[in-house]
Design a protein around this ligand. Sequence first.
Ligand code: FMN
Ligand code: FE2
Ligand code: FE2
Length: 401
Amino acid sequence: MGENSERITLTKGVYWVGAIDWNLRDFHGYVTPRGTTYNAYLIVDEKVALVDTVNAEFAGEMMERIRQIIDPAKIDYVVANHVEMDHSGSLPAVMEAIPGAKIYGTRQCKNGLSQYYHAHGFDRWDFEIVETGSELNLGTKTLMFIEAAMLHWPDSMHTYIKEDKILLSNDAFGQHVATSNRFNDEVDDVMEDAAEYYANILMPFGKVILKYVGTVGELGIGIDMIAPCHGIIWRKDPGQIIEAYGRWASGENIPKVLVIYDTMWGSTHMMARSIVEGVTSTGVDVKLINIRKNDLSKIIKEILDAPVVLVGSPTLNNGMFPSVGEFLTYLKGLHPAGKKAAVFGSYGWGGGAVKAVEKELEAAGFELIEPGFQVRYRPDKEGLEKCRMMGERVAAVVKAM
Ligand SMILES: Cc1cc2nc3c(=O)[nH]c(=O)nc-3n(C[C@H](O)[C@H](O)[C@H](O)COP(=O)(O)O)c2cc1C
Ligand SMILES: [Fe+2]
Ligand SMILES: [Fe+2]
């Protein structure tokens, strides 16, 4: 960072002091081909507050950005919206620089931070527990805290700057993308990145999100800007991302079918192709997705608005193919709401994959709309015709929705 680099200002006295991680390609398994950012915010008033920090390796970059605005020794308060280390990782460095600063967070945040940072002097940190509605006066600006438990960790909280109507929403409403711009009116396709982020990080918490949206409504607060901890800041029309979360959380689908599969010798692939032909013949949109040729995070993004998913697996050693197992394990954790499924695959002798996949899909919350279909070794003309008909039937289900 050069001396002349510009301060990034959300509004008077509110600055972005985060870090851009251009080189990150894997965020705990979530593929991030365009990196990410860790957004921390500095609020300079009669008192000075730092809201969240950055991943530990970027502590120096964050401190340098703060130094361009004020002497870090002037920070009075540090708000910890979330325990996860991408946002708390630089807390030890911050607290070493300003040991007298007071930390604000939820009760669960205090528990979590004590467990992560016991070897970094947590016991010496002055921590104040806050809850929804607690306020911290900075002079002309007031911070109000909004608990967001399980959105996405038990400790999660949001910080609202009352006078500026800015919601510092931590992991909610973020996207994993590194850009040189910080605001949504400066970049394209933000909503696509936000959808992928939602699908991979927040999908299991749909009910919590609907409740959270209700709480924000009850608090009766206006929101002029939403500043998350990853990616760009929603400055233009911030309501659009709250509205999108509401839609995703309530399981809104578009008419399409996904055929997701893997194959060893191509037979399950042949079946998948015929199913795709069957769906296509009805005019319903369909996508063919080979699990080993697509990142799981991209596949999950496709599932977010797909009402029907067909899963295909060959049998390997009496069970499903390992890549299909990995996909289903991930899917089970994300537990998408209100989805339907059917299963197909090729086997050689005893079989086993189709039953195993069906069991996992049911555990992931999917409703099976017809019995699984399997063929022995290579599908013949009749087998392929049956696959085609399976495609036509599931397309009819989509059309009827
Ligand atoms: C290493 C290996 C293990 C297999 N284990 C089983 C099995 O336990 N039970 C079975 O019914 N078929 C088994 N098969 C046979 C495959 O399921 C069969 O070849 C199937 O047609 C493969 O479909 P694919 O072409 O889509 O990969 C096995 C095949 C391989 C290569
Ligand atoms: Fe997180
Ligand atoms: Fe995060």
